[in-house]
Design a protein around this ligand. Structure first.
Ligand SMILES: Cc1cc2nc3c(=O)[nH]c(=O)nc-3n(C[C@H](O)[C@H](O)[C@H](O)COP(=O)(O)OP(=O)(O)OC[C@H]3O[C@@H](n4cnc5c(N)ncnc54)[C@H](O)[C@@H]3O)c2cc1C
Length: 394
């Protein structure tokens, strides 16, 4: 691995930082979804790094995607959540598993920010255990019908295009799962917003599906392939989520360094006290470890190497780094950490998600340990489309 970023990677990283500070930061107190920013980021190519030009992308790769996610999250972790849905778990999953017609119909609008995407795995009875999904998919001959309920769906209230995971028959467990692309603008789709702790610019919904119609050609992969589709989608989603965790942790560090140099106690800046220095050093060490792990995993994806193990390690460490850095930032800020005048209370609220979303910290540790113990190999060969996918694109 070459540790130097390319000219193009540096350029998109700089552009993302400039955009985040110039356009997102001034609106940080609008605690709601901002569709205009989604469109702008789509036009700037922020969602399209891993996609070829014919689908509205720039073909810069997954490492470039990671760099953009980090910079957006450094300013607004909630807006970073979008990158999962406008790039990784919705359009990239369609690119990987969809028919040429489905790719043509849905990918570009998502990547350019014209349509909003959402991914529906979670249900009241199925979170970490995706094989426990109960939403039913029925084959009606010329179309499919979906019935069931989903929870915790990011962008659920605003999405135009969803990927829904459903089962043919619960007794088949993971072998019964199917993944389909759903257009949300139909009578059987109902979304109700869920109030939550952080990530205020990213709406979350409970979704009720009643006789939702899905055209046959919107099946991703084959009937009963949904578990495999989910695993590839989650691997890529973890690049976006892990990079977001690093960005948030960096924001905690930036705020802490500034405050430690400015705040005076006992006649000195608090930066002079060894216990404050210790916190800063621990934050930097965790952040840089997480960043390098993320870049390794994204780079492996760019090289078309299996990377399930590496992204599980990276996402786990990045989640821990985000929560640790947010806690230490609160400590360094003393009472001001608790104030709504400073951003650290927001970082603290947003950070916890990184130990939950896209697979909990425990699930990441299971992947890592099962691989080491020869219980379940993490890096198995799977059907997927790398950056060199041109031959697969009709
Ligand atoms: C802000 C936010 C956004 C989200 N966005 C989406 C979205 O867009 N789409 C979507 O489908 N879902 C989404 N989710 C849901 C998220 O993916 C789940 O919350 C997550 O997978 C965990 O599932 P759960 O909440 O049901 O917890 P559970 O699976 O019930 O886990 C509870 C606890 O038990 C532990 N646990 C479970 N199984 C094991 C095991 N085998 N070994 C050890 N420990 C275990 C977990 O680690 C956790 O600590 C979102 C969640 C949040 C909070």
């Amino acid at each position: 691995m070459n540790f130097n970023l390319t000219k193009d990677q540096l350029a998109i990283q700089t552009e993302a930082r400039k955009y985040a500070v110039g356009k997102i930061l001034p609106r940080i107190n609008e605690m709601e979804f901002k569709r205009d920013l989604v469109e702008e980021m789509g036009e700037l190519g922020f969602f399209g790094c891993a996609f070829p030009e014919e689908f509205g992308g720039t073909d810069l790769g997954f490492l470039a995607h990671s760099l953009v996610c980090e910079q957006i999250s450094r300013v607004d972790s909630g807006l970073r959540s979008l990158f999962n849905l406008q790039a990784m778990t919705v359009p990239y999953t369609i690119l990987e598993w969809g028919s040429p017609e489905t790719r043509k119909k849905y990918i570009e609008a998502l990547v350019l920010g014209k349509h909003i995407g959402c991914t529906c795995f979670s249900e009241p009875g199925a979170g970490s255990d995706i094989a426990g999904i109960q939403t039913q998919i029925e084959d009606k001959g010329d179309h499919f019908l979906l019935n069931g309920q989903k929870t915790w769906i990011s962008n659920g209230t605003v999405a135009d295009t969803a990927i829904v995971y459903a089962t043919l028959d619960q007794d088949l467990s993971h072998r019964g799962l199917c993944a389909v692309v759903v257009e949300t603008d139909q009578p059987g789709w109902e979304a109700r917003e869920t109030p939550k702790l952080g990530d205020k610019s990213s709406p979350i919904a409970e979704i009720f599906l009643k006789d939702v119609v899905v055209p046959k050609e919107n099946l991703l992969g084959e009937l009963g392939n949904g578990f495999q589709v989910a695993m590839t989608a989650l691997d890529r989603g973890r690049i976006s989520v892990g990079s977001g965790a690093v960005g948030l942790a960096q924001a905690c560090l930036d705020a802490s360094v500034a405050y430690a140099n400015e705040r005076t106690q006992f006649g000195k800046p608090i930066a002079a006290f060894q216990m404050v220095k210790s916190n800063i050093a621990e934050m930097i060490s965790m952040i840089e470890s997480a960043r390098l792990l993320l870049r390794r995993a994204a780079w492996m994806n760019d090289q078309d190497l299996p990377f399930t193990r590496e992204i599980a390690i990276a996402k786990y460490v990045a989640g821990e780094a985000a929560v640790m850095a947010a806690g230490k930032a609160m400590e360094i800020h003393g009472g001001m950490g608790y104030s709504l005048e400073m951003p650290v209370e927001r970082y603290f609220r947003d950070s916890k998600l990184y130990q939950v979303g896209e697979g909990t910290a425990n699930i990441m540790k299971l992947i890592i340990a099962d691989d080491a113990l020869n219980i379940k190999r993490a890096n198995r060969k799977r059907l997927h489309v790398p950056s060199q996918f041109r031959s697969l694109v009709a």
